[in-house]
Design a protein around this ligand. Sequence first.
Ligand code: F6R
Length: 375
Amino acid sequence: MTLKTHKSPLEDIEQIKRIDKSTMLQFSTKAPKHYREAVRLAEKIVLDYEKPVNIIVAGMGGSAIGGELLKDYARSQAPVPIEVNKDYQLPAYAGQRTFVLVVSYSGDTEESLSAFLDAQRRKCMVYCVSSGGTLLEFAEKLNVPHLRVPAGMPPRAASPYLLVPQLVLLEKMGLVSGVSEGLNEALKLLEKVSRENAPEKHEEFNPAKSLASGINGSVPVVYGFGIYRGVAQRWKQQFNENAKVPAKWEVFPELNHNEIVGWEKAGALAKRFSTVFLRDKSEPAEVRSRIEITRALMQAGGSKQFEVWTQGKSALAKMLSTILVGDFVSVYLAVLRGVDPTPVQTIVTLKHKLGETGIREKIIRELEKLKPIRS
Ligand code: F6R
């Protein structure tokens, strides 16, 4: 009698290719190349707006996450507040001295088009980042400065092209520094992370595969802090869209004031979750003690706990490399679950159904009435 040996789908490249039909894994493997191209593309940016008093990044989902990362990066440097606007209207304070970055990969997202309309009506200083669509059509008509990024990717895989221009813009405006140096370090580190987590690397030596196997069968909950706030959010979104699982993210220290009580009497429910703590060798002492005390308190609840130690020296290298690890984990989790990571059918269906309401057309009719604000 011959015993069948069970091979994990993660160690079977052909099986990975069968599940990952549209090759989402390649976007992770090629992330360093896309960041390099995004840096080259962003070099073209010219902008002659005066210094803003506040900044708004308007976008949704995979196009908004760059704004969250920008906000985290700029938090310790920028003299002006940054808000990420994920809605149809801009906040009441938006005005002529507000710099609004409208980011929509497709250029056709209803909320982003509406925010663009709102920004034009309020005479904000607007800049658009998109691969085309209605957004760039109107940006061109209305003389709004913009950057056209390469088309043909799922928006969440295009994050190098959506984030790098935002960082470069803020640096050009003199609001943040260290972007070029950070990106230089990140480019090298991303190559390393991509090699370490490549599909050919066995789970034993592949941190992303090993974490995906650990998480499989549970709901991932990602805990970040400081510059890893948006990173935790991105991990959650990638679990949703690539692995097609519910997921959650929280941030220290706030999670110490509510989230931890939720585990207190979770009982058998706790076993259905996996907590992932993002850690940094140079995390501040106050964060370190919180994470350690929190882990110990939560251990009693019985959820699976994992730690991901980030790499790199500069904030950008740390953030971008940790994002790439999460991207790999989410795709490997998809493979383990036997789901194709690329399609996001529910979002497509929702957008299609919303399309039938005529709201988007109404926004477009309003855009057609606009005249250029600046020559
Ligand atoms: C799909 C994805 C979505 C989109 C969102 C907004 O990969 O990540 O979250 O990013 O529906 O669409 P865009 O980015 O085209 O404005």
